[in-house]
Design a protein around this ligand. Structure first.
Ligand code: XIL
Length: 316
């Protein structure tokens, strides 16, 4: 079998999935692969559920893009991952620059998360309720949420999400927490303190934006360290970029690296699934964000499978 979701499920996982984005959905060669739920049992909207897309002005909610992805998941028989409620980026200036008091910002978060999560109640398997709260050195990111509410914004958002959809799994999601690091320690401490305070939290998302040949060591142990705290884990945005141009050697190392990440999830019971941050280099976010780098996905620009595809199969 060469269908990635089928293999993941046969190993006891919930899904193998992909991010996607609304402009890509007019590309029928692309959607033919995306819509196959034996290949992808889960999808994540790459942009259209973010704050700037869903509440561009205070109290004005716009659902066109988000609904399209939610409907696609339902049509395809795929799980849906909500992404995201609270994040410093792609955040409208009415949130970041209005000088809200703590009480005002609390209400703004409650309204945003409650309305967003509530709209897709029953349709979303898991929500990235808080995205990227930490700096790489493990300190809290200095954004409007932290600067106004200190760490309290996390529980405000999680509680609002729980109220809006009691059955959705609620996650905190970040990068550079896939192996031991200062940031990983901070995330583990946050999990402990939220659990101790009975704040609703079900999972930690490890984004998994890696560089070929530079995976952190100890990924499997790190997954176990999180699950030992009473949360599930998932790779939520996996891609493994390289400095262009791609070569046979880089593609081979990339395949090995995909295998390593997937096999770590396969080995840990509480790792529920793996999501790649789009399946094809044609629509990867990497080249625009990391100049000179790319070729991070398991399918190439022409929607042909790369060696990484077999690496994923081997990993399961
Ligand atoms: C990226 C999208 O893929 C891009 O299209 C957009 O321009 C920027 O955001 N971490 C996240 C995702 O949590 O939301 C980001 O998605 C990639 C990094």
């Amino acid at each position: 079998a060469t269908a990635l979701n089928t293999i993941a499920k046969s190993k006891g996982k919930l899904y193998f999935g992909s991010a996607t984005d609304n402009p890509e959905l007019t590309d029928t060669a692309y959607t033919t692969i995306l819509d196959d739920n034996t290949m992808f049992g889960q999808i994540t909207p790459g942009n259209s559920m973010k704050w700037d897309a869903t509440e561009p002005e205070q109290g004005v909610f716009t659902w066109t893009g988000a609904d399209q992805i939610a409907n696609l998941a339902e049509t395809n028989g795929q799980l849906l991952r909500g992404h995201n409620c609270v994040w410093y980026s792609q955040l409208p200036s009415w949130v970041s620059s209005s000088g809200f008091t703590a009480a005002q910002l609390t209400s703004v978060i409650q309204t945003h998360c409650g309305t967003l999560v509530g709209r897709y109640k029953g349709q979303v398997y898991s929500w990235d309720v808080v995205n990227e709260p930490f700096n790489d050195d493990g300190t809290w990111r200095s954004d409007v949420f932290y600067n106004t509410l200190n760490t309290e914004y996390v529980s405000i958002a999680l509680n609002a999400a729980r109220t809006a959809d009691p059955n959705a799994k609620l996650y905190i999601n970040d990068y550079n927490i896939e192996g031991p690091s200062a940031k990983t320690t901070s995330m583990q401490n946050l999990v402990k303190s939220l659990k101790a305070a009975n704040v609703p939290l079900d999972g930690i998302g490890l984004q998994g934006h890696f560089i070929v040949g530079e995976l952190p060591s100890g990924i499997e142990d790190n997954l176990r360290a999180f699950t030992a705290l009473g949360v599930e884990v998932a790779f939520t945005e996996l891609d493994i970029r390289m400095t262009l141009p791609s070569t046979a050697a880089l593609l081979a190392q990339q395949s090995t690296d995909y295998e390593t990440v997937v096999s770590a999830c396969a080995a840990v019971e509480g790792c529920v699934g793996v999501t790649i941050w789009d399946y094809t280099d044609k629509y990867s976010w990497v080249p625009a964000t990391f100049p000179g780098q790319g070729a991070a996905c398991p399918w190439d620009q022409n929607l042909q499978r790369k060696p990484a595809f077999q690496g994923i199969i081997n990993g399961w």
